[in-house]
Design a protein around this ligand. Sequence first.
Ligand code: MN
Length: 134
Amino acid sequence: MKVVTVKDMQTGPGPEDWFTGTVWRDAAPVGASPDVAVNRVLFEPGARTHWHTHPEGQILYIITGTCRAAREGEPPVEVEAGGVVYFAPDEKHWHGATPETYMVHMAINIATTTDGGTDWLEPVTDEEYGSRLR
Ligand code: MN
């Protein structure tokens, strides 16, 4: 058994070159769990990631609020707390809060052959973020 207590979590604001708007992350130290990287992420209303990919895919477990997310070429969808979103390896996508409320998700990045890191791309425009929902 291995325990990572809250005092060992790496908490801080999300970097501006990864996110639009205000985001807070609690990251478990790299290697804290085998084969996955675990982060709790809070997005203020309107905040979202930039476009990005994960080399081994990602699972989002929505804890609070409603997640708005999209993959390239498709309009956004909304997923309420309790729902789960899965992104395949190298699937270009973004995720964040809705304009109306903040959102918290657990981000579980598969990390069997990598450190579970993310390849960050361009910001999600207001038009992409606010385009008609599917
Ligand atoms: Mn992602």
